[in-house]
Design a protein around this ligand. Structure first.
Ligand SMILES: [Zn+2]
Length: 158
Protein backbone atom coordinates (compact mmCIF):
# COMPACT_ATOMS: atom_id res chain seq x y z
CA UNK A 1 0.00 0.00 0.00
CA UNK A 2 1.29 3.42 -0.94
CA UNK A 3 4.80 2.35 -1.73
CA UNK A 4 7.22 5.14 -1.05
CA UNK A 5 4.82 7.24 0.97
CA UNK A 6 5.86 7.63 4.57
CA UNK A 7 3.08 8.59 6.94
CA UNK A 8 4.17 10.36 10.09
CA UNK A 9 1.39 11.36 12.42
CA UNK A 10 1.98 14.50 14.43
CA UNK A 11 -1.38 14.65 16.11
CA UNK A 12 -4.62 12.72 15.88
CA UNK A 13 -6.22 15.74 14.14
CA UNK A 14 -4.23 15.53 10.95
CA UNK A 15 -1.72 13.37 9.22
CA UNK A 16 1.29 14.40 7.27
CA UNK A 17 2.96 12.61 4.39
CA UNK A 18 6.22 13.69 2.84
CA UNK A 19 5.56 13.54 -0.89
CA UNK A 20 9.10 14.44 -1.89
CA UNK A 21 8.73 17.95 -3.26
CA UNK A 22 6.00 18.91 -0.80
CA UNK A 23 4.12 17.73 2.25
CA UNK A 24 0.57 16.45 2.13
CA UNK A 25 -1.43 17.41 5.21
CA UNK A 26 -4.84 15.86 5.71
CA UNK A 27 -7.10 17.44 8.28
CA UNK A 28 -10.64 17.03 9.55
CA UNK A 29 -11.60 20.68 9.23
CA UNK A 30 -10.37 23.92 7.69
CA UNK A 31 -8.63 25.12 10.84
CA UNK A 32 -6.33 22.10 11.00
CA UNK A 33 -3.78 23.67 8.66
CA UNK A 34 -3.46 26.61 11.07
CA UNK A 35 -3.15 24.22 14.00
CA UNK A 36 -0.55 22.22 12.14
CA UNK A 37 1.72 25.23 11.61
CA UNK A 38 0.61 26.81 14.89
CA UNK A 39 -0.23 30.16 13.27
CA UNK A 40 -3.28 32.42 13.37
CA UNK A 41 -2.77 33.76 9.87
CA UNK A 42 -1.02 32.75 6.68
CA UNK A 43 -1.06 33.95 3.09
CA UNK A 44 -3.88 36.39 3.78
CA UNK A 45 -6.12 33.80 5.41
CA UNK A 46 -6.83 33.63 9.10
CA UNK A 47 -7.88 30.91 11.44
CA UNK A 48 -11.04 32.76 12.51
CA UNK A 49 -12.29 32.87 8.92
CA UNK A 50 -11.51 29.21 8.47
CA UNK A 51 -13.42 28.57 11.69
CA UNK A 52 -16.42 30.52 10.35
CA UNK A 53 -16.36 28.33 7.27
CA UNK A 54 -16.81 25.32 9.49
CA UNK A 55 -20.09 26.53 10.99
CA UNK A 56 -22.84 24.26 9.80
CA UNK A 57 -25.11 26.18 7.41
CA UNK A 58 -27.78 23.50 7.49
CA UNK A 59 -28.87 24.52 11.01
CA UNK A 60 -28.33 28.29 11.04
CA UNK A 61 -28.79 30.06 14.33
CA UNK A 62 -28.96 33.80 14.75
CA UNK A 63 -25.57 35.41 14.87
CA UNK A 64 -23.37 32.41 14.35
CA UNK A 65 -23.97 31.50 10.74
CA UNK A 66 -20.88 30.52 8.88
CA UNK A 67 -20.00 32.15 5.62
CA UNK A 68 -20.92 28.91 3.90
CA UNK A 69 -17.64 28.75 2.06
CA UNK A 70 -16.12 25.42 2.83
CA UNK A 71 -12.42 25.29 2.24
CA UNK A 72 -11.66 21.87 0.81
CA UNK A 73 -8.00 22.41 0.25
CA UNK A 74 -5.13 24.85 0.32
CA UNK A 75 -1.73 24.78 -1.32
CA UNK A 76 1.00 27.23 -0.44
CA UNK A 77 4.43 27.84 1.02
CA UNK A 78 5.28 26.77 4.55
CA UNK A 79 4.43 29.90 6.59
CA UNK A 80 7.98 29.80 8.01
CA UNK A 81 9.44 29.87 4.49
CA UNK A 82 9.96 33.63 4.50
CA UNK A 83 12.28 33.57 1.48
CA UNK A 84 9.85 31.39 -0.48
CA UNK A 85 12.42 28.72 -1.22
CA UNK A 86 9.87 25.89 -1.40
CA UNK A 87 12.73 23.61 -0.34
CA UNK A 88 13.66 21.53 2.68
CA UNK A 89 13.19 22.24 5.58
CA UNK A 90 10.34 24.42 4.31
CA UNK A 91 8.68 22.27 1.73
CA UNK A 92 5.38 23.74 0.53
CA UNK A 93 2.18 22.11 1.74
CA UNK A 94 -0.86 20.67 0.06
CA UNK A 95 -3.67 20.59 2.58
CA UNK A 96 -6.91 18.67 2.21
CA UNK A 97 -9.89 19.21 4.49
CA UNK A 98 -11.72 15.89 4.65
CA UNK A 99 -14.65 17.53 6.45
CA UNK A 100 -15.54 19.22 3.17
CA UNK A 101 -14.17 16.66 0.70
CA UNK A 102 -16.29 13.87 2.19
CA UNK A 103 -19.40 15.78 1.11
CA UNK A 104 -18.31 15.68 -2.53
CA UNK A 105 -19.08 12.90 -4.96
CA UNK A 106 -16.29 10.78 -6.37
CA UNK A 107 -15.47 12.86 -9.44
CA UNK A 108 -15.73 16.13 -7.50
CA UNK A 109 -13.21 14.71 -5.00
CA UNK A 110 -10.89 13.76 -7.82
CA UNK A 111 -11.06 17.13 -9.56
CA UNK A 112 -10.64 18.91 -6.20
CA UNK A 113 -7.44 16.97 -5.55
CA UNK A 114 -6.16 17.79 -9.02
CA UNK A 115 -7.07 21.45 -8.46
CA UNK A 116 -4.66 21.48 -5.52
CA UNK A 117 -1.93 19.50 -7.30
CA UNK A 118 -2.12 22.02 -10.19
CA UNK A 119 -1.50 24.81 -7.67
CA UNK A 120 1.45 22.80 -6.33
CA UNK A 121 2.86 22.16 -9.77
CA UNK A 122 2.73 25.87 -10.63
CA UNK A 123 4.22 26.86 -7.25
CA UNK A 124 7.08 24.36 -7.63
CA UNK A 125 7.82 25.90 -11.04
CA UNK A 126 7.82 29.34 -9.46
CA UNK A 127 4.84 30.36 -11.62
CA UNK A 128 6.86 29.93 -14.77
CA UNK A 129 5.31 27.14 -16.78
CA UNK A 130 5.49 28.94 -20.10
CA UNK A 131 7.70 26.34 -21.78
CA UNK A 132 6.65 23.37 -19.69
CA UNK A 133 2.89 23.36 -19.75
CA UNK A 134 2.67 19.64 -20.56
CA UNK A 135 5.19 18.65 -17.86
CA UNK A 136 3.49 20.84 -15.27
CA UNK A 137 0.07 19.36 -15.95
CA UNK A 138 1.43 15.81 -16.08
CA UNK A 139 3.12 16.36 -12.72
CA UNK A 140 -0.21 17.52 -11.26
CA UNK A 141 -1.93 14.48 -12.73
CA UNK A 142 0.66 12.04 -11.30
CA UNK A 143 0.51 13.64 -7.87
CA UNK A 144 -3.31 13.68 -7.91
CA UNK A 145 -3.28 9.95 -8.71
CA UNK A 146 -0.91 9.27 -5.79
CA UNK A 147 -3.03 11.32 -3.39
CA UNK A 148 -6.34 9.81 -4.50
CA UNK A 149 -4.85 6.31 -4.16
CA UNK A 150 -3.67 7.18 -0.66
CA UNK A 151 -7.07 8.62 0.35
CA UNK A 152 -8.81 5.51 -0.93
CA UNK A 153 -6.43 3.06 0.73
CA UNK A 154 -6.74 5.00 4.00
CA UNK A 155 -10.55 4.77 3.59
CA UNK A 156 -10.82 8.57 3.73
CA UNK A 157 -12.77 8.48 0.46
CA UNK A 158 -14.66 5.63 -1.22
ZN1 LIG B 1 -7.52 27.13 -5.96
Amino acid sequence: MNKGLKITSRSPVFNKTDMGDYVLIIGKNATDIFKYYNVEEMHGLNRADAQAEEVDMTTPKKGDQGNGVYLYGLTNYDPKDKKLTAKDPYKPFLFLNMGTLKRYNEYEQNTAVMHETMHMSILLNNWNIKDKEEEAITYAEDEANKIIKKLKSSKLIK
